[in-house]
Design a protein around this ligand. Structure first.
Ligand SMILES: [Zn+2]
Length: 116
């Protein structure tokens, strides 16, 4: 059975939840496979999820902003809620990527330039 932690290029299980989470989506340069050296990212599913999650979080932030002056409660809680949503927007897709979605080789042509 194929695993989501398999490298899409060489088929070895070179990734774990942490390294997969850090590999980013199709827009990023990805993480190097330790066996074949190809750079891998989370594929279409993960990229679509990240975009959807970003949109939902953004709508929530806008709603919070609109209601920000409605009452005393909103006035004191607006900033922490917005900060929480922004943090959520950055962290949740990474956690989800760590446990779901298949990986693919990065599509960025500059991914192999300037190796550190
Ligand atoms: Zn590989």
């Amino acid at each position: 059975m194929s695993s989501i932690y398999e490298c899409p290029c060489c088929g070895n299980k070179t990734f774990n939840p942490l390294s997969k989470a850090m590999a980013g989506t199709m827009k990023s340069k990805g993480k190097k496979c330790t066996k074949c050296g190809k750079r891998c990212v989370n594929g279409k599913g993960a990229t679509a999820f990240a975009a959807l999650y970003f949109t939902i979080s953004f709508i929530c932030i806008v709603i919070v902003f609109i209601h920000g002056q409605d009452s005393e409660w909103w006035y004191t809680h607006e900033v922490p809620i917005v900060l929480g949503l922004i943090l959520n927007m950055l962290i949740v897709p990474r956690i989800v990527n760590g446990f779901f979605f298949k990986m693919m080789e990065t599509v960025r042509i500059d991914a192999y330039d300037k190796e550190k």
